[in-house]
Design a protein around this ligand. Structure first.
Ligand code: ADP
Ligand code: MG
Length: 407
């Protein structure tokens, strides 16, 4: 991808605004649409679901399948540049689009993120330089692979190589019998078996990289998952001592993961801080997302440039600026469970939630509040983390969200 930046606003003599495209119409696409429109771009979304969160707010909504040639042609006709909001968009579709349009991130980077085997292989290559590798793992593609699993990988987690998210497509296994049963349960699809590690913390780093290699990043954030789904993200207070070295290592590792792929766009890399008996723990790289990430939603309200604005800038080839965190923040994911009490539908007490200081509510326009479904998020901003946490805990209590350890 190269060439002149795609400037926002009206295209000379064309009676239309410069237009960005996005493959996928979920909440990440919706927040991209909001950021792009705020800057004066029009946006076209391709998503087969006529009620998709992003499709509903886009200037144009193309409701075909992701690999539909006519749909892709329409998208190219509407847009000067195209991005993706989810990693499972067919890589072939991105290649088709890239033949005629600026596309970021590229098909090859998305293909690596789509497949845990390719992803971990990529992380291992980068580890030579960064010293931060993945958890001990092995690819499971055949019964022979299964028989070769060393005892050191158990207890482990068996994860499908493709299409897993929010803890889906994962089975915890304690021994070989469970492992064989789990692989059968997952349809004997290609998988990775990963050693289950004692986690002290989970971190993520989000960066944006331009076509010229310029890279900016957000400060690292701390994440808490429940049942494999992100529940809470907190900004980290200025790290000190050995933690500072670990944070710097995570940021350097994220930059290396992006640079090695010649990545263009917003990238999130998830890390585990593993309890290895040392004072600060050991850093392990978990997975990457070739797009803005749920753990970066707080950047909308707590940073002077959000991850979605940086996605717009990388796609359009505009200058990247280092984001500044201006407030401490705690983000709570609002799952469909918040709309249920004792098995009955329930409307959250929004007036009381919104009466709390520094609360920013984001709902994605989804109309069916199924348990476990990401319906929205809430970011609490404050002058420091203890204050943000105190308010977030009050909001959590009102919404029926369990308090989180360490809060
Ligand atoms: P997903 O694509 O569903 O986000 P992840 O690989 O990130 O899949 O796993 C989801 C969560 O499961 C992680 O955030 C972490 O809490 C837990 N987890 C995953 N792998 C391991 C591991 N090897 N050891 C311990 N916990 C893990
Ligand atoms: Mg994950």
């Amino acid at each position: 991808m190269s060439g002149a930046p795609l400037l926002p606003g009206p295209v000379p003599f064309a009676s239309r605004a410069a237009t960005l495209g996005v493959m996928g119409g979920g909440q990440l696409g919706r927040m991209f649409v909001h950021a792009a429109q705020a800057m004066g771009y029009a946006v076209a979304v391709l998503d087969p679901d006529p009620a998709s969160p992003a499709g509903r707010v886009a200037d144009y909504h193309i409701t075909t399948a992701y690999d539909d040639e006519a749909g892709l042609a329409q998208l190219m006709q509407r847009c000067e540049a195209i991005t993706t909001e989810f990693e499972n968009v067919p890589a072939a579709a991105l290649t088709t689009l890239a033949a005629q349009r600026r596309v970021a991130p590229g098909a090859q980077a998305v293909a690596v993120a789509q497949d845990r085997i390719a992803e971990k292989t990529h992380f291992e290559r980068c580890a030579v330089q960064t010293g931060v590798g993945p958890a001990p793992w092995q690819a499971i593609r055949s019964a022979d692979d299964l028989a070769r699993v060393p005892d050191t990988l158990l207890p482990g987690l068996l994860k499908t190589a493709r299409l897993g998210y929010d803890g889906k497509g994962q089975v915890a296994v304690d021994d070989r019998t469970q492992l064989a049963a789990a692989w059968a349960q997952l349809g004997q699809m290609p998988c990775v078996l990963e050693k289950r590690l004692p986690l002290r913390a989970e971190w993520s780093v989000i960066l944006a990289r331009g076509a010229d290699g310029q890279t900016v990043h957000f400060p690292l954030q701390c994440n808490r998952h429940r049942q494999g789904i992100l529940a809470v993200t907190e900004t980290c207070p200025e790290p000190s001592g050995s933690t500072r070295a670990l944070v710097e290592q995570a940021i350097a590792a994220t930059r290396a993961v992006a640079a090695d792929l010649q990545y263009v766009g917003v990238l999130c890399v998830e890390f585990f801080v593993v309890d290895d008996g040392s004072a600060h723990g050991q850093l392990v790289v978990n997975e990457m997302a070739p797009r803005p990430h749920n753990s970066g939603h707080y950047t909308i309200d707590a940073c002077d440039v959000s991850q979605f604005e940086l996605q717009v800038r990388t796609l359009a080839g505009l200058p990247l600026v280092s984001p500044r965190l201006h407030s401490a923040a705690v983000m709570l994911n609002l799952l469909g469970d918040c709309w249920w009490r004792n098995g009955r539908p329930h409307t959250p007490d929004w007036p009381r939630v919104l009466a709390l200081p520094g609360v920013h509510l984001h709902l994605y326009g989804k109309l069916q509040a199924r348990p476990g479904r990401k319906m929205g998020h809430l970011t609490v901003t404050a002058a420091d983390l203890p204050q943000a946490r105190a308010v977030a805990l009050q909001a959590a209590a009102l919404l029926g969200i369990e308090p989180w350890p360490g809060s």
